[in-house]
Design a protein around this ligand. Structure first.
Ligand SMILES: *Cc1c(COP(=O)(O)O)cnc(C)c1O
Length: 396
């Protein structure tokens, strides 16, 4: 039967290509960093990684990961509850709880798994999940796996959230779910207002800190720190794959009974392998580094401010920058594609986004800043933006 099915697959792939949505991969032949080398030996400055704190090639993390194999081996060959828990897994869970000022943490292979496994064990058809319209795909999938009644509010729109909360009084328990930082505009969820509404309408609160942890808040500890909401957020999920080293691994951290029940019932935790010693050791080193000084977060903030101010001064239309994501608005889909391709020729890697990833007429270039960027990297990127911007008629 494959012949007929093959035809169907080929047609689908052709339609993806014709719609201009085909994703090609670039082969990097160096560590992930501000400056990367491609397979053909050419170099590029990277402004599209989630490497917010520049830890992806940090020597201390590399050493921690390589050294640990001598005493804790390579793989766990088990899930956590059978025989896949080492002393270090518990230490990392505690380090994450300390970082977020929460009671306990459960590790997953990814944040995709953390979000996929958080709702179904905690809520039933009697309950309600109230979700921001721009939440990450993994939250959407996690909600799909749960029988709770679903409500959806417009991005960060507190009046619309209130409407949902009123309707959801019909259910037994309610939870509001939001990304901390939304990945397309780089805007931060208004956590204080969300917590106020949760209190008023008797709801729990969950935030996915994947793009906010290490980035927002006075010392980079995420949205609870930024909005003074410690103790008011019941569940945080997050990843070790962005600011915290950039390898893999995810977590859910929050109230201890919630974490305890997840250890009993969360399917990606029960039925998927433990994260390996290398990742755990580098994770512990990450939180040690972040505990020693605030240098990386300070550098990231300086870089964001510098880049944004220079780009605005040059005449670009920038979304209000509240995180390490800077959206340079172009509004035209083909222009955003052309811009990203042209600036890549100048050695600057950024991502062009257009419909359906962002709303129609909202095409843009997304720039992601990192503590690893040096001032000369930023200056080179800004100069390239100005050059290509003039060439394509974006700037006068
Ligand atoms: C990146 C991201 C994830 C997925 O994290 P992984 O650990 O790579 O699976 C989940 N949620 C949000 C909001 C993200 O940005």
């Amino acid at each position: 039967m494959y012949g007929k099915y093959q035809q169907y697959l080929q047609d689908t792939l052709t339609s993806i290509r014709e719609a201009g949505l085909y994703k090609n991969e670039r082969n990097i032949a160096s560590p992930q960093s501000a400056e990367i080398t491609l397979e053909d030996g050419s170099k590029a400055l990277n402004f599209c990684a989630n490497n917010y704190l520049g830890l992806a090639d940090n020597p201390r993390l590399i050493k921690a990961a390589s050294d640990i194999m001598a005493t804790r081996g390579y793989g766990m060959s088990s899930v956590r509850f059978i025989c896949g828990t080492q002393d270090m897994h518990k230490k990392l869970e505690k380090a994450i709880a300390d970082y977020f000022h929460t009671e306990d943490t459960i590790l997953y292979a990814s944040c995709f798994d953390a979000n996929g496994g958080v709702f179904e064990p905690l809520f039933t058809a009697e309950d309600a999940i109230i979700s921001d319209s721009l939440n990450h795909a993994s939250i959407i999938d996690g909600v799909r796996l749960c029988k709770a009644v679903r409500y959806r509010y417009e991005n960060a729109d507190m009046a619309d959230l209130e409407r949902c909360l009123k309707e959801a009084q019909a259910q037994r328990y309610r939870i509001i779910v939001t990304d901390g930082v939304f990945s397309m505009d780089g805007n931060v969820a208004p956590m204080d207002k969300i917590c106020d509404l949760a209190e008023k309408y008797d709801a729990l609160v969950m935030v996915d800190e994947s793009h906010s942890a290490g980035v927002v808040g006075k010392t980079g500890h995420g949205v609870a720190e930024q909005y003074g909401c410690y103790g008011r957020i019941d569940i945080h999920t997050g990843t070790l794959g962005k600011a915290f080293g950039g390898a893999v691994g995810g977590f859910t951290t929050g109230r201890k009974e919630i974490i305890e029940l997840l250890r009993q019932r969360s399917r990606p935790y029960l039925f998927s392998n433990s994260i390996p010693p290398t990742i755990v050791a580098a994770g512990l080193e990450t939180f040690k580094i972040l505990g020693e000084s605030n240098e990386l977060h300070t550098k990231l903030q300086e870089n964001v401010d510098y880049f944004r101010d220079k780009m605005i001064a040059a005449g670009f239309d920038i979304k209000p920058t509240q995180s390490a994501i800077c959206a340079v608005m172009l509004y035209d889909a083909p222009l955003s594609q052309k811009f990203a391709a042209r600036i890549a020729e100048e050695g600057i890697f950024v991502t062009g986004f257009y419909y359906p990833v962002v709303p129609q007429g909202q095409a843009r270039i997304r720039v992601q800043l990192s503590a690893a960027h040096k001032k000369e990297h930023l200056d080179k990127a800004i100069a390239a933006f100005i050059k290509v911007g003039k060439e394509l008629g974006v700037l006068k």
